[in-house]
Design a protein around this ligand. Structure first.
Ligand code: FAD
Length: 270
């Protein structure tokens, strides 16, 4: 059986534990991310897990690729600890402010430079932007087939696989030839936890940082100026409702709740 080279695209997303610290710059209408640690998105962990399982069952290697500002190395290092063989950070001021198309363009340029690639894995959607557009766009730029909402994969030959994708009221089974871009849902697997051997493995590996000069790109298709989508306005929702915690024994909490609902005229007086 042929060994496979899987690439996993991982996006640096703001660490969920710090989301209350994220604010919007009223002038530029962009997120103030300074000082917010980045993390690997949950579906990207599923994408990485699937690639690692394929490496373990078939041989080959796993390369993780990310486009992001300096600091993104952290999530690439984590992916190596989990078992990735190689890591590439695509980072350059020219890439900043990219919409999904410009993001996919840079990721695809990086993947092309890697050479022979059989499988490209992504999360079906990211934790923050959540458009779900990057996977199909990367596939278009690479001239590969693509599958989205994937919940199961079975390698059935040297260059084909069967996959199950989720639809609203069930699922559909498909057979596809590699190379293929696969965007996964969380049902596909249970991501592994890191272990001590991962930390040892990571010490022997380095992250390759590629700038605009390292990939073949058309400069007009990069960053904010190369993005066909422009943000016309952003509105911050003002939360007027306030939560209140009732404490005590369950029966006491129930009495307090009924009293409050009666005061607010949601329930009739007894
Ligand atoms: C006009 C405009 C300007 C923007 N400016 C900025 C900006 O200045 N700074 C900024 O941070 N964001 C900016 N964004 C947001 C940025 O475009 C998105 O974060 C990015 O394109 C990915 O979109 P998404 O999160 O919806 O991806 P999805 O399509 O939901 O992601 C699916 C999967 O694609 C992969 N993926 C997505 N992005 C990356 C990545 N960067 N590297 C590796 N894999 C990835 C992951 O596997 C992810 O799970 C801007 C967006 C627009 C429209």
């Amino acid at each position: 059986m042929k060994e496979l080279h899987s690439v996993v695209c991982i996006k640096p997303v703001p660490d969920q534990r710090f989301w209350d610290k994220i604010s919007l710059d009223p002038k530029t209408q962009t997120l103030r991310r300074a000082g917010i640690p980045v993390a690997l998105g949950p579906l990207d962990l599923n994408a990485l897990e699937e690639a690692l399982r394929i490496k373990e069952s078939r041989g080959g290697k796993v390369t993780v690729v990310s486009m992001g500002p300096p600091g993104t190395e952290e999530i690439l290092e984590w992916a190596i600890v989990l078992g990735a063989d190689e890591a590439v950070l695509l980072s350059d001021r020219a890439f900043a402010g990219a919409d999904t198309l410009a993001t996919a363009y840079v990721l695809a340029s990086g993947i092309k430079k890697l050479g022979d690639v059989d499988l490209v894995f992504l999360g079906n959607e990211s934790l923050d932007g959540s458009t779900g557009q990057v996977g199909p766009q990367v596939a278009e730029f690479l001239g590969m087939s693509h599958l989205t909402h994937i919940t199961k994969i079975d390698l059935t030959g040297d260059n084909k696989l069967e996959a199950k994708f989720r639809i609203e009221f069930g699922s559909i089974d498909v057979e596809v030839k590699t190379p293929v871009v696969i965007a996964v849902d969380k049902e596909i697997n249970e991501p592994r936890l890191a272990n001590i051997w991962g930390a040892v493995w990571a010490q022997e590996r380095k992250i390759n940082c590629w700038s605009i000069n390292d990939v073949e790109v058309d400069r007009d298709k990069l960053g904010l100026s190369g993005s066909p989508t422009q943000v016309a306005g952003v509105t911050t929702i003002e939360l007027k409702r306030k939560g209140e915690m009732l404490t005590g024994e369950p029966a006491d909490i129930a009495r307090q709740l009924v009293k409050k609902l009666q005061t607010d005229k949601v329930l009739p007086e007894a």
